[in-house]
Design a protein. Structure first.
Length: 346
């Protein structure tokens, strides 16, 4: 089992294997219009993190699914990361998970049962940490290992936080540092240190459970989690949803230390390039900005942090809540402002 490297089966690991945003948008544009019942509070209109369906005045169901190919070689770590990432979408809506279903696709002729069992064990351990059961699922025999969850949660309809509710003047806060995609690229190239791997596992297995608490702060207007489209991609979705622009100070962005060293040395994922090709025309950076800075803002995050838009007078409450729940205070990175749906990075 120790000889098997899960990443050798992946053409793109973690959220880096997502379809590029430009291609995804084109594919979805061909999907015929479906039913839009009044109780469907959040659907596909704003590229949000999860669907939300109102049951009554006090309860709504939050439903999401997320799965991907291995981002690390250790089977248990892969399962833990995939489960943490999947549940993040429930938290990003302000919801609380209540149960999950497992999504399992494994090349049975390449992976022994012991390895597959460790992947499932890792996912189950995160669900136990979140206080929910894995109540079922589905499995198939495929060419690449795939694991993830369907996450089901609940939320008060009045406390739903979408990615489209930001307001002019809102402050932008990020709850986790960037750089996961860069670290994964370093891992594949044999350039990631043991300490760097430990940081990668630390952040990718930190549940975004703080989202459920943040939804109870009235000044929090919008939330989304930063995953495969990178900070710039998910912030642009927030801009489009609110018909606003965003301004970010690059030097304020939290970045994992070893990821900074690696990206300065030219290490990055192919997904970063695809992301820029999809939405780079909507991003303004200084003419003399080095290439590695562009790689940072487009870096695909796997199980990344929450991006929060809140009123200026709610900033202290948001930072303190993140500190209490997660152990670090989060970082102010910029603000929303009047203008077309574009991102300015200074």
């Amino acid at each position: 089992m120790d000889q098997i490297k899960l990443t050798q089966f992946s053409h793109g690991g973690g959220c880096g294997c997502k379809i590029a945003p430009g291609v995804l948008s084109e594919l979805l544009s061909r999907m015929p219009a479906g039913l839009l019942p009044p109780d469907l509070l959040v659907g596909t209109d704003t590229a949000d993190d999860a669907a939300v369906y109102r049951l009554n005045d006090r309860q709504a169901v939050v439903a999401t699914t997320d799965f991907f190919t291995p981002i690390v070689d250790d089977p248990r770590d892969f399962g833990r990361i995939a489960a943490t990432n999947a549940l993040s979408d429930v938290y990003a809506m302000g919801g609380t998970p209540i149960f999950a279903l497992a999504i399992v696709g494994m090349p049975l002729d390449k992976l022994p049962g012991e390895v597959i069992g460790r992947i499932l064990e890792g996912g189950a351990s995160i669900c136990r940490e979140a206080g929910i059961p894995i109540a079922g699922g589905h499995s198939i025999d495929v060419l690449e290992p795939i694991y993830g969850l369907v996450g089901i949660g609940v939320v008060d309809p009045a406390r739903v936080r979408t990615n489209a509710g930001a307001r002019d003047g809102d402050v932008l806060i990020l709850s986790k540092p960037l750089g996961i995609g860069i670290l994964s690229a370093g891992l594949k190239k044999g350039r990631l240190s043991d300490a760097g791997y430990a940081e990668m596992i630390r952040w990718t297995t930190t549940l975004n459970r703080v989202g459920a608490d943040l939804a109870h702060i009235d000044g929090v207007h919008a939330m989304t989690d930063v995953t495969g489209f990178g900070l710039a991609g998910h912030l642009l979705e927030m801009c489009r949803g609110a018909n606003l622009a965003a301004a970010v100070r690059f030097d304020d962005l939290p970045l994992i230390e070893e990821a900074l060293a690696l990206v300065r040395d030219g290490i990055a994922t192919g997904a970063s390039t695809r992301n820029w090709a999809s939405y780079g025309s909507a991003v303004s950076m200084a003419d003399n900005a080095p290439e590695w800075q562009r790689k940072v803002i487009t870096d695909p995050q796997t199980s990344g942090g929450l991006l929060i838009a809140c009123a200026p007078d709610a900033v202290d409450s948001v930072l303190q809540t993140i500190q209490t729940v997660q152990g670090n205070p989060g970082v102010v990175i910029g603000r929303m402002e009047q203008g077309q749906a574009q991102l300015r990075v200074s």
